[in-house]
Design a protein around this ligand. Structure first.
Ligand code: CUA
Length: 360
């Protein structure tokens, strides 16, 4: 039963759309997708994106509710199978004349199965759901860390609450949080509806243009938890991923201090030439590098780009080679995204890569 439950969640919960479109496909394709979904489930467990391997209190409550609902649904399913079996083997099924006693029995079955059973099963589930819901409200206390996340086609803009201008910290696609402390998140969208979901930490919450929705996450242990957009938002919806990096409190404090600093000035001539390319060839119109004249806000803040794990919202690992491919032809890697192709000479690209690689 547990394995079926896990499989069900693989379809629902791991960002795979295997369940949704399988119905229209031939059987061999369905079987293939079934295998892919199962493998996907294993991958989900490995990459920290499984609601069943919860790592925070909110996901824990949701997980409890999920198992209880699965147990209740399974019990009802087995009961229905048993009743069906009895019905097929009952003498009444074999075209014998019905008696008034049969009619009374039938009425009792309809009342028991159609009224009493749903009431007995659904009422406790409803009450438990309300109880779970009440435990999922965002924390109100001052202890919580406040973060503002804006969904954009197709990446995540992350701002840590500003006490003063020098505390300003903007990041993209990677949310660092302290372990054991609630993080209150204001969710906004600047274009279409997205949905914020870190399965191991909490349920989904939509980001709706013109509206602020509040959710919260908390990680019980240090680690990297994968999250992604859970609402279809256009061509590159599946490549709108992010990471939540939970750090022990002292490490988080030093991360915050380190990342609030402006970018380090170029340390060598290649990086210096790359900075010039960055500032003069169009990058700076869309991107900010704090401490320089680059103050664009259309694209992600790149002040500490080199410290991130991925590029293009989880699309590529953050290596020099992948960065070269991304800058060289972003539309080939993530078609439809808003980063234009800027033609650069090979030596310009190399110095730009040296500069971007120095933004730690
Ligand atoms: Cu943003 Cu799907």
């Amino acid at each position: 039963m547990r394995s079926w439950g896990l499989f069900g969640l693989a379809l629902l919960g791991c960002g795979s759309d295997a369940g949704g479109r399988a119905a229209t496909r031939p059987q061999s394709a369905n079987a293939r997708r079934l295998v892919i979904a199962s493998v996907g489930l294993l991958a989900c467990q490995q990459n920290g994106q499984s609601a069943l391997h919860h790592a925070g209190p909110a996901a824990g409550r949701i997980g409890d509710l999920w198992w209880i609902m699965l147990a209740a649904a399974s019990a009802v399913f087995l009961l229905v199978l048993w009743v069906l079996f009895r019905a097929f083997t009952h003498r009444g099924f074999r075209a014998e004349p019905r008696t008034p006693s049969d009619d009374r029995t039938a009425t009792r079955w309809v009342l028991a199965g159609g009224v009493a059973l749903p009431a007995v099963v659904l009422t406790p589930l409803f009450v438990f759901s309300l109880h779970t819901l009440s435990e999922l409200t965002p924390p109100a206390g001052d202890d919580a860390l406040d973060v503002v996340i804006t969904g954009k086609q197709w990446w995540w803009d992350i701002e840590y609450t500003v006490q003063s201008p020098q505390d300003h910290l903007r990041a993209a696609n990677e949310i660092h949080i302290p372990v054991g402390r609630p993080v209150r998140i204001q969710l906004r969208s600047s274009d279409v509806i997205h949905s914020f979901w870190v399965p191991a930490l909490h349920g989904k919450m939509d980001l709706v243009p013109g509206q602020v929705n509040t959710t919260w996450i908390q990680a019980d242990s240090a680690g990297v938890y994968r999250g992604e957009c859970a609402e279809y938002c256009g061509l590159q919806h599946t490549r709108m991923q992010f990471r939540v990096v939970a750090l022990p409190a002292p490490e988080f404090a030093s991360w915050l201090k380190e990342h609030r600093r402006p970018a380090v000035p170029p340390a060598d001539s290649a990086a210096a030439a790359g900075q010039t390319v960055f500032l003069t060839s169009g990058c700076a119109f869309c991107h900010t590098v704090r401490g320089t004249a680059a103050r664009g806000t259309t694209g992600p803040d790149l002040t500490h780009l080199a410290s991130r794990r991925t590029l293009a919202a989880g699309t590529l690992p953050n290596t020099r080679g992948h960065l070269a491919g991304w800058v060289g032809n972003p539309q080939a890697i993530k078609p439809g995204n808003k980063m234009p192709h800027i033609p650069l000479r090979p030596e310009e690209l190399q110095s730009l890569l040296a500069y971007l690689g120095s933004l730690r």
